[in-house]
Design a protein around this ligand. Structure first.
Ligand code: SAM
Length: 402
């Protein structure tokens, strides 16, 4: 592979913004891809994937290069040189790049690969927490899987089309897909492609949604005509799925503390032909109180550490702090106690997270059930990335007694 200067400069500037300025990786990639309209799909793929790889392997690369954040310009190039050598790409003869013996880089890599926190490039505290919560063996496997690049999975919008027609439509645009057993509405891209440019996307025939995430709405057991509340709806990934499962019939109320996210949800709902959604911002206790005892189904897709979706957001390894996690666990319990009141007697509740930590998952449910006797536990699913091949998720189904 021959490296191109302008593409490489875009990578260097982006990792500087991410590591030194705290810019989110997806935003940095978006900005980098706007830099030059003439770039073709291969150039764009190089820029996006190289940025994500350097973010994912930051600790390992920094350790090999013996540099520390915040990185000076020469140190950003040193990180890049490590990436090149480990990918087997010959270092170009540019004045930004020091002639580094690749033997030394490979030797350091072999040495550091013996230690999980370096090999898997993760902060000490996350590594220790993973072992404490999942045990050495499970955590080692999980962490390795969470460092793999995520495949692109789509959820067929059954309000507008079906799996077969969507697959054919994408095929016309040279995008090959396969179906996934146990995920009725999912198809997987055989090769990565920019699906947002397709006619099918513009027509609302699908949403990009990981296979594990697609299990959540289905777990709530909704039926057309029900009154359903999605309490932490965000930009609506699960809300839209719920609407499809409800066949656009009944009432679906999407709530979140951020109005900006609910605005995005409305745009997606319009594109997807979803007509039964109302959005409500939680800006006081009023919107919740109004719905007490009224909902057939309540979904709590709770804010969490996001440790199950590191494949998609590798920069959260570096952004996450222990204090955030302590605080979010309190929020999860408060939300469970408060929002569960919206379930009517005989109704059902799903509590879900995209975390693999028991302290955010089954332990939260246990604590809730211990002090809320009007709810009974029906079942739960602990989806580990290392077992499913998709994102790490948790979901528990509870029922309010009649
Ligand atoms: C895991 S994300 C939801 C993702 C979304 N359900 C989806 O499928 O796309 C959690 C959401 O909870 C929201 N949130 C955080 N604190 C909240 C609170 N106290 N009440 C309601 N929503 C909250 C966040 O803004 C975020 O959108």
């Amino acid at each position: 592979m021959r490296l191109h200067r302008n593409l490489t400069f875009a990578v260097i500037d982006s990792i500087r913004d991410i590591f030194n300025e705290g810019v989110y990786a997806d935003k940095a990639v978006e900005k980098a891809l706007r830099r030059d309209k003439r770039w073709g799909s291969r150039d764009r793929k190089f820029v996006a994937e190289t940025i994500y790889e350097i973010v994912r392997w930051q600790r390992l690369y920094a350790e090999i290069a013996e540099v520390n954040a915040p990185y000076s310009r020469p140190n950003l190039w040193r990180l890049f040189s490590v990436w090149c050598v480990l990918k087997g790409i010959p270092l170009p003869d540019w004045n930004q790049i020091e002639p580094t013996p690749s033997r030394r880089i490979k030797g350091r890599f072999d040495e550091l690969s013996k230690i999980r926190k370096f090999r898997e490039s993760v902060p000490d505290w996350i590594d220790e927490l993973g072992v404490e919560e999942l045990g050495e063996e499970k955590w080692t496997k999980e962490l390795a899987m969470l460092n793999k690049q995520a495949e692109v999975i789509l959820r067929v919008n059954t309000l507008k089309t079906n799996k077969k027609d969507l697959q054919n439509k994408l095929k016309e645009e040279n995008i090959d897909t396969v179906t996934l057993p146990d995920h009725p509405d999912a198809i997987k891209l055989v090769e990565r492609a920019n699906v947002f440019k397709t006619e099918a996307f513009k027509n609302g025939w699908f949403e990009v949604q990981d296979a594990s995430s697609q299990l959540v709405a289905a777990y709530l057991d909704v039926k057309p005509g029900m009154k359903v509340v999605d309490t932490c709806a965000g930009a609506g990934g699960k809300t839209l799925h719920l609407a499809s499962l409800m066949e656009n019939k009944g009432q679906l109320i999407a709530m979140d503390i951020y109005e900006s996210k609910l605005k995005k949800l409305k745009v997606r709902a319009r594109r997807g032909g979803v007509h039964n959604v109302d959005t409500r911002v939680i800006d006081s206790t009023k919107p919740i109180k109004k719905l007490i005892g009224k909902a057939d189904r309540v979904l709590i897709d709770a804010p969490c550490s996001g440790l199950g979706v590191l494949r998609r957001n590798p920069d959260s390894k570096w952004k996450l702090q222990p204090e955030f996690l302590d605080n979010i666990r309190k929020v999860q319990q408060e939300i469970l106690v408060s929002y569960s009141r919206m379930v009517k007697p005989g109704g059902k509740l799903v509590y879900a997270t995209c975390s693999v930590l028991p302290s955010e998952n089954q332990n939260q449910v246990k604590a809730f059930l211990a002090s809320n006797e009007d709810f009974t536990f029906i079942s739960d699913k602990k989806v580990l990335s290392s077992q499913s091949g998709y994102d790490g998720f948790y979901m528990a189904l509870l029922e309010r007694k009649k």
